[in-house]
Write a protein that binds this ligand. Structure first.
Ligand SMILES: [Zn+2]
Length: 296
C-alpha cells in the first residue's frame, strides 16, 4: 500500500513548520523585548532671546536678554557706569543665570529683559577682557577714582539722555561731559530705541555704591508707580528709599528721561563697589514681580 503522505513530503512539511515557529518566535521576542532604556534628561531651562541692541563707540555689542513672554515688560540694566561699577554688571549676570535655571520664577503675565552691561567700553577699561567676565577677572590693583565710568568718548552716559540735558554734567564735585547733544552716544541711543520699541512697564538700573534705592523725575514730579516700586524694592531689599537725589544736581539721566515719557524707573545703588548683594536684590526683584503680578 502506498503511504498517504510520502516521507519526503512529511520532512518538507516538518521543516516548513519548524521555520514558521522559529520566525514566529523571533518576531514575538522582538515585539515583547523591553525597549532599551534611554536616559533622556532634558534640563528645564528658560527660553531666552538674545538681541544685540546696538554697538558701543568702540564697536562692542550692547546685548539684551529677554525671558518670558507676558504683556508686562520689566527691564533691568547694569553697568551704565561701566567698569567703575563692575559689580552692577556681575549682579545682572547673576540674575540672568538665575532666570535661566528657574523658568517658573517669571509669572505668565511678565516679560523680563536684562541688559547686563550698558557701557561695555567702560567695563573693558577696567576688566581688560571682551564679553562676559567673572569676579576673578577683576584686577585687584587700585585704579584712579572714576576709571571705567565713562564711554570711549569720555561721556558720562547717565548725563546723555533727554531730560534737562546740558553739555556739562556734574558727578560729585567734578564736571563731566554729557555728550554733544542728548542721545549723542550710541549706548544711550540703544537704550532709547529699545525702550521706544518695547514700552517697558518699568526700568530698574543697578549702580553702586550709595546703598539706596532712588525714585526718578524730570519736569513733572515723581510718577505714583515709581514711588510704589521704589518702596516695594526698598522694603524687600533693605536699601534705603530716597525720593529725590539731592547730593548734587543731575541732568540728562536716563531715569529722568523715562519719567518724562511716563515710564517708572528706579535706581538701585549697591552698598559697595565690590559686592554683588544677590540675596537682597532677589528679594527686591520678587517684590516687583508681586507688584506687577499680584495673583502670583
Ligand atoms: Zn553709577
Amino acid at each position: 500500500m502506498k503511504p498517504l503522505v510520502s516521507m519526503r513530503a512529511l520532512i518538507a512539511t516538518g521543516t516548513l513548520v519548524a521555520i514558521g515557529i522559529l520566525v514566529f518566535v523571533l518576531f514575538s521576542v522582538r515585539e515583547v523585548a523591553p525597549a532599551k532604556k534611554t536616559e533622556l534628561t532634558i534640563p528645564i531651562v528658560a527660553q531666552v532671546i538674545h538681541k544685540v541692541i546696538g554697538k558701543s563707540v568702540e564697536g562692542r555689542n550692547l546685548d539684551a536678554y529677554v525671558y518670558g513672554n507676558g504683556p508686562t515688560h520689566l527691564m533691568f540694566v547694569g553697568g551704565i557706569h561701566g567698569g567703575y561699577e563692575w559689580n552692577s554688571v556681575l549682579l545682572a549676570y547673576k540674575f540672568m543665570d538665575y532666570l535661566k535655571t528657574n523658568p517658573s520664577f517669571i509669572p505668565s503675565n511678565i516679560t523680563i529683559t536684562v541688559i547686563p552691561s550698558a557701557n561695555p567700553d567702560g567695563v573693558y577699561d577696567v576688566i581688560g577682557k571682551e564679553g562676559r567676565f567673572a569676579l576673578s577677572d577683576v584686577p585687584t590693583v587700585a585704579l584712579p577714582n572714576g576709571t571705567g565710568r565713562f564711554n570711549a568718548h569720555n561721556v558720562d552716559l547717565n548725563r546723555n539722555f533727554e531730560c534737562k540735558w546740558k553739555p556739562k554734567g556734574t558727578w560729585k564735585n567734578k564736571i563731566v561731559s554729557a555728550g554733544t547733544s542728548a542721545f549723542s552716544e550710541p549706548e544711550a541711543r540703544a537704550i532709547r530705541d529699545f525702550v521706544q520699541t518695547y514700552s517697558p512697564a518699568s526700568v530698574i538700573f543697578w549702580h553702586s555704591q550709595a546703598n539706596a534705592v532712588y525714585a526718578s523725575e524730570c519736569e513733572n514730579g515723581i510718577l505714583p508707580k515709581t514711588l510704589d516700586i521704589m518702596n516695594a524694592y526698598s522694603r524687600a531689599s533693605g536699601y534705603t528709599a530716597i525720593k529725590k537725589f539731592d547730593s548734587y544736581e543731575v541732568a540728562g539721566d536716563v531715569e529722568g528721561w523715562l519719567a518724562s515719557i511716563n515710564i517708572p524707573a528706579i535706581t538701585v545703588e549697591l552698598s559697595t563697589h565690590e559686592t554683588v548683594e544677590w540675596d537682597r536684590n532677589l528679594a527686591g526683584i520678587n517684590a516687583l514681580l508681586k507688584y506687577y503680578s499680584p495673583q502670583n
